[in-house]
Design a protein around this ligand. Sequence first.
Ligand code: ATP
Ligand code: MG
Length: 394
Amino acid sequence: MPNLPLGIPSDLDKYFFNRKKELIQLNTFISGFKQNVANQILITGRRGVGKSFLLMKFRMELPENVLSTYLDLSKIHGMQKGKITEEKVMHGLFEEMLGSLENKDPLRKIYKLKDSLLKKLSAKNYDFKAAGNLLGIPIPQVDDDYEKLSSLVMEFPQKVVDDNRENIDGFVIILDEFQLIGEFENPEAFFWLIRSYTQHQDNVTYIFTGSTSATSEIVEKINGAQGAFGGRMIQFPVEPFSEKDTYDYLKEMISEIKFTPEGLKRFYRCTGGYPSYINSFCNTMSEGRTYNSEMVIETFYSKLDQIAIMWVSIWATLSEYEKEIIEILTEAEALSWKELLSKVDYSNKTLLKYTNRLKNKGILSHTNKRYAIEDIMLRSWLKYRKENDGYYPP
Ligand SMILES: Nc1ncnc2c1ncn2[C@@H]1O[C@H](COP(=O)(O)OP(=O)(O)OP(=O)(O)O)[C@@H](O)[C@H]1O
Ligand SMILES: [Mg+2]
């Protein structure tokens, strides 16, 4: 049986496939650093399409003179439960930025201050005199004002570049699972804050990425006409593998699994070209048989729990409200707000809270005023379990 990774493997190069065009494009977006031109980028795409893996690879291949920081917002304590604050994100960001200086020789002196700086942050004692002298940033004295903290963190990357011009041209900051910012009391304010700094920073590129559709509310808030960046961000959707890519990937990664031409087509249709599903499906297949269309379908249904493993684990983290909304929409395909409200026995406000949360998790889509669960795998898995067990997974 093949053993393809279900998460992001530590040996990136061994498993990373193609995405050559995407990498060229991303590199073009940051090619202006030397001329003091920085773009801001928004990368969208459904769950499991390969956004994070692509960005890891991009980061690994960045030229020597470009610094980078990667922060996965879902890893910040409390984020998944909706108990997240701007302040925690700023802390996380600062910690990662400092950490990314470790292996750059002239910047190690700043890196070495990391522990003492972070200790001060956690004590909410924002006295950065020592760092301030080193970085030349106007540093807040003893103060627990969020504005001062954010100014330190937001000024930091441009300052690092300015102080090290001979070695460093730019700083790339990747914020993954950024859709969770939707859980803030005021997501707009956070985006406006970042925008207010980036517009004066010529060597800092922020890449926001997360599982959200290009038309979601959070995308509107950050880059819509009324949003903080007002359409100035470069929006870049990551698409699933094409049919041909899928076949080439299978040939390269698991040549031991054989398909008939119809079997191959069916496999592509079952996975939609999503690398996460391709991998989990492949891991259920065996050598020594040639999969035709019927065998692919049979394997798909008999191994659905394994193939949809990503959703099995996400399902376990959802609240009863969230599960109920998903179940309703699995039965109904797509519903307006009014229709959806009529099917639950709680208030407008509660429904709003949980539909928003599902949207921010990239599970619920809202297009043309209709709510739907678009992910084929999640729907297939739920329908199949309902048909077989008589009820939805608990
Ligand atoms: N270019 C690729 N080559 C090979 N495997 C890939 C590629 N892109 C993604 N994968 C595989 O697909 C899976 C999902 O990738 P990844 O985590 O990057 O998706 P994502 O879009 O970030 O998903 P999420 O929205 O859930 O964070 C991983 O197991 C990864 O190994
Ligand atoms: Mg990801």
